[in-house]
Design a protein around this ligand. Structure first.
Ligand code: GRG
Length: 281
């Protein structure tokens, strides 16, 4: 699995490097800031999921790659903004200084904005052989998941509940569904849409993405379990306990597997779901 994942990750890394190549303009500082965060060593799980759902649904990787890159650019923008002093106020991201520590708050904010806008430029301007309506459907899938009914909406609820000592595990799950799972769901849904898959397969891909996304978030909770306990942060794992959370991760992975039954050639996706279930970073 590690080798197969690494091969796909490298192809995404190479495509991302090409997005802002040769930007030698007076405003070159914004390109430097965007590239700093984008090329700073993410796991690339969301773009790999998109590419793989596109592949098992019958699309060519070259047609899906602009959308995979766009999704990673949106994810990266959310991390830059999430790290800023007005949000989580973090100094480190992906093993190095956060964007605002390195470039200052103004440029960091603009780097996030720039990545978001460039993501849409990439999807809508994609010189792919795909029909316009297919590209539009995939772009809409990603736009909706990133917006107020998805990731941004989840972040809003997260902020509102920051000091809510009464929050329940079910309410935390609702936040996770928007904040984390929406992009995973869109990764898989957009992949299937790019191949022109029928409604049934697109729905199965979305459900699979949501299950993988929730398992990914709960695994994150377990990795941060002791740290979160120290600062009194309420997560699904802190409210339900580590053993129950591990059981839920297994259940979600099983759910993802059953959705994959609708597709052929899913060995890599099944391996990825198992790998994420026990990831250490
Ligand atoms: C500020 C618009 C805005 C949104 C913030 C997604 C998000 C909402 C914040 C990120 C903070 C966070 C810890 C979210 C939970 C999802 C998660 C585990 C993100 C980290 O994703 P990885 O592990 O990161 O895939 P890499 O660095 O590997 O890409």
């Amino acid at each position: 699995m590690n080798k197969e994942l690494e091969i796909r990750k490298t192809r995404v890394d190479d495509a991302l490097k090409a997005v802002f190549a040769n930007e030698n303009t007076p405003q070159r500082a914004i390109y430097e800031a965007m590239r700093y965060s984008l090329e700073g060593g993410g796991k690339r799980i969301r773009p790999v999921l998109l590419l793989e759902f596109a592949r098992v649904s019958g699309a060519r990787e070259s047609d899906a790659m602009p959308f995979a890159c766009a999704l990673e650019m949106i994810h990266t923008y959310s991390l830059i903004h999430d790290d800023m002093p007005c949000m989580d106020d973090d100094d480190l991201r992906r093993g190095r200084e956060t964007s605002h520590k390195k470039f200052g708050e103004g440029l960091a904010m603009l780097a996030g904005d720039g990545l978001l806008n460039s993501a849409f430029e990439l999807m809508l301007g994609a010189k792919a052989a795909l029909p316009a309506e297919v590209r539009l459907a995939a772009a809409l899938e990603i736009a909706a998941a990133s917006g107020c009914a998805g990731m941004i909406g989840g972040q809003v609820l997260d902020i509102e509940n920051e000091h809510n000592a009464e929050i329940t595990a079910e309410e935390v799950e609702e936040i996770n569904l928007l904040k984390t799972c929406a992009l995973f769901r869109a990764a898989c849904g957009a992949g299937a849409l790019l191949a022109g898959a029928d409604a049934e397969h697109v729905a199965a891909a979305r459900r699979c993405g949501e299950a993988i996304g929730m398992a990914f978030q709960l695994r994150d909770d377990l990795l941060d379990f002791e740290q979160d306990a120290k600062i009194g942060k309420k997560t699904y794992a802190s409210l339900k306990g580590a053993a129950e959370t591990a059981r839920r991760i297994d259940g979600l992975t099983g759910l993802a597997f059953s959705e994959l039954d609708a597709f052929c050639d899913t060995e890599f996706l099944r391996g990825l779901a198992l790998f994420l279930r026990q990831r250490a970073v």
